[in-house]
Design a protein around this ligand. Structure first.
Ligand SMILES: [Zn+2]
Length: 287
């Protein structure tokens, strides 16, 4: 039997790719990771694939991963384990382990996408079940205040330090080059962070105002989601003291090193205070 069998939930969409991956791991009793939506056909297929289920594990509480948990528990008699358990569920803390037939998974608290996110690590096999922390394709969403970019980046670094070989994501295909994918994810976030700082060199801005230069070349219908991601970066940079909120407005941010704006207009435009050559700022977001 396969090490891990995927049962694809019938919930494809812009944020779920082909749908949610429900993973069935080990022999019987097996472990089921993310039951997916509360869809009778899907859950019947999960039971058919899993046979006797030892435990139902939740990576996080988003409905596309967790809303079928109670039904699957009723169908199978297996307990539901989560970082923040709801009524009738059991708590699975950071570093807690779960045993199935021929499989042992260790829970890793992996906040960032959500605060309650767990990644399940099979230390013997070198595999990780990553939920929405790492997807098989594209990037994960970090949407404040639920999403937190600083803890998300720390989570990616923590996972990378454990040197996994294979990633089994909550959406999209299995990732056989685990380290490369984690490096790519970290580089992508560092690139966006640099682009946000670059964009602020032209003056203060809200996430919505900064998006077109950072996401130049992307379709405009992605801009609202992109603005959430830019806000996540700005909140992280603010906490690090590298940007500050403009006193005039709640979501307007300025580079921390920029000269404080006085009520009287400066004699020269703010752009003229840049120490960098104009070409570097003008190049932001054009590639
Ligand atoms: Zn998801």
């Amino acid at each position: 039997m396969a090490y891990a069998s995927r049962v694809l939930a019938p919930n494809p969409g812009p944020f779920t790719l082909e749908g949610t991956n429900t993973w069935v791991v080990g022999g019987e009793p097996s472990l089921v990771i993310d039951p997916g939506p509360d869809d009778p056909g899907h859950l019947a297929e999960v039971v058919g694939t899993a046979g006797t289920i030892g435990a139902i594990l939740l990576t996080h509480r988003h409905p596309d991963h967790a809303s079928g948990a109670a039904s699957l528990s009723r169908l199978s008699g297996a307990p539901v384990l989560a970082f923040r358990p709801e009524t009738g569920e059991r708590e699975l803390p950071d570093a807690g382990t779960v045993q199935g037939a021929g499989i042992r998974l260790r829970a890793l608290h992996a906040p960032g996408h959500t605060e309650d996110h767990l990644v399940f690590h099979d230390e013997a096999f070198g595999s990780m079940f990553t939920g929405d922390v790492v997807l098989g394709r594209g990037t994960s969403i970090v949407d404040p205040p639920e999403g937190d970019m600083a803890t998300y980046v720390a989570t990616l670094e923590r996972l990378n330090a454990l040197a996994p070989r294979v990633l089994y994501p909550g959406h999209g295909p299995v990732v056989w080059e685990a380290r490369e994918k984690l490096d790519e994810y970290l580089e992508h976030r560092l690139l966006r962070e640099r682009q946000v700082l670059e964009a602020l060199r032209s003056g203060p801005g809200t996430p919505e105002e900064l998006v077109p230069s950072i996401y130049a070349g992307y379709p405009a219908e992605l801009y609202p989601a992109a603005a959430r991601s830019v806000l996540a970066h700005l909140v992280k940079l603010e906490r690090e003291g590298r940007v500050r909120r403009d006193p005039a407005g709640g979501t307007r941010f300025a580079a921390a090193q920029a000269r404080t704006r006085s009520r009287t207009r400066p004699r020269t435009p703010a752009r003229a205070h840049r120490s960098e050559p104009p070409s570097s700022a003008e190049g932001a977001g054009t590639t």
